[in-house]
Ligand binder design. Structure first.
Ligand code: ADP
Length: 473
């Protein structure tokens, strides 16, 4: 695992932790200041430090001074914990200052025989927890050099004036003491690093796992919201469907009650009209139920026929022209094909496509005035086939151009023009087109009334998507 401190991830994880430790270190240092001051005051009487106490007091005040500065610096850093580099520099500076103060204290408290020597080891351990081991090895080397210089001075008698006795004779306790301390410095860094590195690695792993968990939780929340939305749409869809079925059923019931109650004789003129009305409404109900079933089937992804290769759209449209010719003729509408190129879909469900285009063509005929014309253009551009069904009929009101593709939406002009109609055909058409990876929309005409329904389908790589969501708004 990467434990490179320059990596931003490392910084993000450890910056708050390092900050807390530095603050704690500052608090601890006040104890050291108190200790130094106490030593300087009680030293002359208790430890025979008659000459050293002013120096110890000065060192104590010096430590207090830089500690106050560090406290102020850390107070500012709190605002910007992301700047790990600043915090690390602060930690190193604190270490350097502490080790220097400790070395200075040594000069007045017995040199290499000072009882304060264990504090070097404590500093090395604490420092390695905060700072990278390689930097701590450098600091240990510097401290070792300082100790060696101090010992050399002490041995040469240069520090007698500070109260340190001159070392005499050959190699003895002084050398052993210095050697042991230097060894301890490096050993402390090594041991502390060996113990803390696995913890740091686990910390990083934990941090990553927490982040992944947070991401998953967010994703789960989004999915839950989607499911709720689908549920809401579903119940809305069911309500609309039930409503569409209920009104004709209500009319049928009333008509039947009139007939059953003997108010109108079935063989009378009014009775025959009532029966014809009932038959018409039942036809309407059947049409709605058939379309609803068709929509549900397509949405559930259960294609009427399996997907087949090489569906020839030109052929499919030509066959539709033939089958719709009688209806067009009956309404006095002329149908004109304009095919540019041949569109063969790599994969498709031919019966579904027939249903989709039949609905567009039938609508164009249904909503055209007698003598109108329906033009079907087919063009292939860049692997996409574009089919336009253009009529000069009643047109789709601008504000409803999106909505007519939703279930049961019928424009008022269409209701007036052709009262019969389920409002489900375009929803099915859109479902089929989207299942084939395409899209469908309607535009108005620039050159007068009418509308142009446009379908674009990719010729290749079409794959049936997952069963669609209910799209009622
Ligand atoms: P239906 O035709 O049974 O009402 P559709 O879903 O096929 O249901 O169409 C929905 C609505 O879209 C229609 O009621 C009508 O308002 C509008 N529409 C569809 N095709 C045309 C067209 N060619 N011209 C004008 N309006 C159309």
């Amino acid at each position: 695992m990467n434990l490179d401190e320059s990596s931003p991830r490392f910084s993000v994880i450890f910056a708050p932790e390092l900050y807390e430790r530095l603050v704690w270190f500052v608090r601890l240092r006040w104890l050291a200041v108190a200790g130094l001051c106490a030593l300087s005051l009680a030293g002359p009487r208790l430890f025979g430090l008659e000459r050293a106490w002013p120096a110890l007091l000065v060192i104590g005040l010096f430590v207090a001074g830089y500690n106050a500065v560090f406290r102020a610096v850390l107070g500012r850093q709190r605002v910007d914990l992301g700047r790990y580099g600043n915090l690390r520099a602060c930690a190193i500076r604190q270490m350097v200052m502490d080790l220097s103060a400790l070395l200075a204290t040594l000069c007045f408290t017995g040199g290499v025989h000072s009882p304060l020597l264990p504090f070097f080891a404590i500093h090395m351990a604490l420092g390695t927890i905060m700072i990278a081991p390689r930097i701590m090895y450098l600091l240990a080397t510097g401290t070792a050099a300082g100790l060696l210089v101090l010992y050399a001075l002490q041995r040469g008698g240069a520090l007698v004036a500070l109260g340190l006795p001159e070392e005499r004779g050959g190699i003895g306790a002084g050398e052993l003491q210095v050697g042991a301390v230097i060894l301890t410095l490096f050993a402390m860094v090594y041991l502390t690093a060996s113990i803390t590195t696995p913890f740091k690695q686990r910390n990083i792993a934990l941090h990553r796992a927490t982040r992944r968990l947070r991401q998953r939780t967010e994703e789960l929340g989004e999915l839950l919201e989607q499911v709720r939305q689908v549920e809401r749409r579903k119940s809305h869809y069911m309500r609309i469907s039930a409503h569409q079925l209920r009104s004709p059923l209500g009319t049928i019931k009333t008509s039947l009650e009139v007939l059953a109650g003997g108010w109108v004789r079935p063989d009378s003129e009014r009775g025959r009209r009532l029966l014809a009305g009932i038959a018409e409404r039942v036809d309407g109900l059947l049409a709605i139920v058939t379309d609803l079933l068709e929509l549900a089937r397509i949405r559930e992804g259960a294609a009427r026929a399996p997907w087949t290769s090489d569906v020839n759209l030109n052929q499919l449209l030509a066959d539709l022209f033939d089958s719709l010719a009688p209806a067009a003729e009956q309404r006095g509408v002329r149908m004109r094909p304009q095919f540019e190129g041949v569109a063969i879909l790599e994969r498709g469900v031919a019966p579904d496509l027939v249903f989709a285009f039949e609905n567009l063509l039938a609508n164009a005929i249904k909503y055209s005035p007698p003598g109108g014309e329906v033009v079907v253009r087919l063009a292939v551009v860049d692997g996409t086939v574009r089919v336009e069904v253009a009529d000069r009929g009643i047109g789709v009101p601008g504000e409803l151009r999106e909505d007519i593709f939703l279930e049961f939406v019928r424009a008022p002009n269409a209701r007036r023009h052709a009262p019969e109609g389920t409002g489900l055909g375009l929803a099915i058409t859109r479902e089929v087109v989207e299942a084939h990876g395409g899209r469908v929309w309607v535009e108005g005409r620039d050159d007068g009334p009418g509308s142009v329904f446009i379908v674009e389908l990719p010729l290749r790589g079409t794959r049936r998507r997952q069963p669609g969501l209910v799209t009622v708004e």
